[in-house]
Write a protein that binds this ligand. Structure first.
Ligand code: AMP
Length: 214
């Protein structure tokens, strides 16, 4: 099962991706997390990516595609995976489609988590993430059990630099310009499913479960 998550930054696609992966026991592949881990480890790729990420821009396709292709070629991806934050441009989607076609496969589901722009800034200003394990929370909609502390690993939660309001506006602009066209792209492929992402994470997940079980 190969699943692509679509939706604006802060729509909750990472949360849904994590819930799907937990239920179906397939890996959760987030290019954002892969970049952040490269930044943390001080790699050359991390240094290059950081310059774009800090401004709310996309990392160039050639760097992103290589990173993603290396990851999906690993053994744990044999039974499928959930892509969270990839593809974000038409060229990225084309590379993925072509690479899968070569091995007689395709993206099975593109799940578009739909949240209007006016809700996004509020959602992102309340988002907190765990710098250690990558778990994601929201101070209002999905608070951790103990304020400011990760439920999974106990680390202190932080606000991502690119979740600050100035950067969020730029990320939204980039989303509409570069990533939103992928909704039509996957619709044309016949695999698009749009869910209303303004509901609770559990409600959204129930709907996604129904879609995936068809
Ligand atoms: P995310 O954690 O998915 O919100 O990604 C954080 C940042 O990483 C984005 O704002 C981009 O700068 C970069 N990034 C993640 N995935 C991609 C991608 N597929 N293409 C280009 N840049 C990406």
């Amino acid at each position: 099962m190969k699943i692509v998550m679509l939706g604006a930054p802060g729509a909750g696609k990472g949360t849904q991706a994590a819930m799907i992966c937990d239920a179906y026991k397939i890996p959760h592949i987030s290019t954002g997390d892969l970049f952040r881990s490269n930044i943390k480890n001080g790699t050359e790729l991390g240094k290059k990516a950081k310059a774009y990420m800090d401004k709310g821009e996309l990392v160039p396709d050639e760097l992103t595609i290589q990173l993603l292709m290396d990851r999906v070629s690993k053994d744990d991806c044999k039974n499928g995976y959930v892509l969270d934050g990839f593809p974000r441009t038409i060229p990225q989607a084309d590379v993925l489609t072509d690479a899968l076609a070569k091995i007689g496969e395709k993206v099975d589901f593109a799940i578009n988590v739909d949240v209007p722009d006016e809700n996004i800034v509020n959602r992102m200003s309340g988002r907190r993430t765990c710098p250690k394990c990558g778990a994601s929370y929201h101070v209002q909609f999905m608070p951790p059990k103990k304020e400011g502390i990760c439920d999974v690993c106990g680390a202190e939660l932080v606000q991502r630099d690119d979740d600050k309001p100035e950067t969020v506006k730029e990320r939204l602009r980039v989303y509409h310009e570069k990533t939103q066209p992928l909704i039509d792209y996957y619709d044309r492929c016949g695999v698009l499913h749009t869910v209303d992402g303004t509901r609770s994470a559990d409600d959204v997940f129930q709907e996604i479960r129904g879609i995936l079980s068809k």
